[in-house]
Write a protein that binds this ligand. Structure first.
Ligand SMILES: [Zn+2]
Length: 323
């Protein structure tokens, strides 16, 4: 039963009943309902803030797990980077140095990628910064590994080359020490045995009996085995590659034909007295990039220090060459 309300009318000096209009009642009721609904909403909202749903709890645990493992992975990435740094250091300071290759600067190895923003698709999320950082680090790491791998490929090739370069250099004496009578004449200014004029002797003369074996002094290919060069008589010319060439002159007999691939120490011919020669001897020349150089600098492969000292002394004596 609804309460009846009155008011005091001062004009009539009596109490009069307050008529509640239906429209006003509805308005009131609506307001009340709205307020209740708002209050309810407010409580739901607050309780969501204060208490987590089971789904939220699960998601939170997932996130914490992700975070933990993300940090662990980051630490591992740092360790990998340290190991790689060590390898890069050795690569620059030992391997590349040894094989006479220029070091690759660290800045160049670690350079990021310029130009377009490669990480645009990762932007716009709460964790964007974290993901972009990790992706960037991984990209730089991959690039460094690629450069390192290329550098090692290069070194493998240089090592192979170095081996064949070392094998090609004319590094031994063409006549065995025990077969030598003596080194008659070295490289440099000597009197010509025929004209007695001072002349530059472009090689080294080894006097030995006719028929003494002559050996190739480095790996290479015999490009000439003939007597058509003036003065040299029967002679052999070996191309070693890397700018090296050797000449063996005044031979009595050949042991190879032109075109033959020879190894250091192969028997190629025999000492003789053919061509412009005053006695059985081997005239031996070493050329580097088209210029005759002193063969004495190349015998480290076959002589003891005492032998080298002796040969150096005799060869540097000024006298007459055998040509
Ligand atoms: Zn000579």
């Amino acid at each position: 039963m609804a309460k009846v309300k009155y008011y005091y009318d001062s004009d009539t000096l009596s109490y009069r009943k307050i008529e509640v209009r239906k429209r006003d009642a509805f308005k009131k009721w609506s307001l009340f309902t709205l307020a209740t609904a708002l209050l309810a909403l407010f409580f739901v909202f607050v309780s969501y803030q204060l208490f987590e749903s089971p789904k939220e709890k699960a998601q939170k645990r997932e996130l914490e797990n992700l975070d933990l493992h993300y940090n662990l992975l980051n630490k591992k990435m740092e360790q990998v980077e340290k190991v790689l740094e060590g390898i890069q250091y050795r690569d620059n300071e030992i391997y590349r140095l040894y094989f006479e290759a220029n070091p690759i600067p660290i800045e160049q190895r670690k350079a990021g990628f310029g130009g377009v923003n490669r990480y645009k698709s990762l932007e716009g999320f709460d964790n964007s910064e974290m993901i972009i950082d990790a992706t960037k680090n991984m990209d730089i790491l991959s690039k460094q590994l690629y450069i390192q791998s290329k550098s090692l490929d290069e070194i493998v090739n240089l090592a192979k080359d170095k081996e064949s370069l070392l094998a090609a250099i004319p590094a031994i004496q063409p006549v065995r020490n025990q077969d030598l009578t003596r080194v008659a004449s070295g490289y440099g200014w000597r009197s010509d045995p025929f004209t007695k004029a001072r002349k530059r002797h472009k090689g080294m003369d080894f006097t030995a009996p006719t028929g003494t074996p002559i050996y190739a002094t480095g790996n290479g290919k015999a490009v000439r085995v003939d007597s058509k060069a003036s003065g040299f008589g029967n002679h052999i010319e070996i191309e070693h590659g890397y700018g090296y060439k050797t000449i063996y002159a005044h031979l009595s007999k050949y042991n190879i034909r032109a075109g033959k691939i020879v190894k250091r120490g192969d028997l190629i011919g025999f000492v003789g007295n053919t061509g412009r020669s005053v006695g059985p001897h081997l005239h031996y020349e070493v050329h580097k990039n088209g210029k005759a150089i002193n063969p004495i600098d190349f015998y480290y492969g076959s002589l003891t220090p005492e032998e080298f000292e002796k040969i150096l002394k005799t060869a540097s004596q000024e006298g007459q060459s055998f040509d």
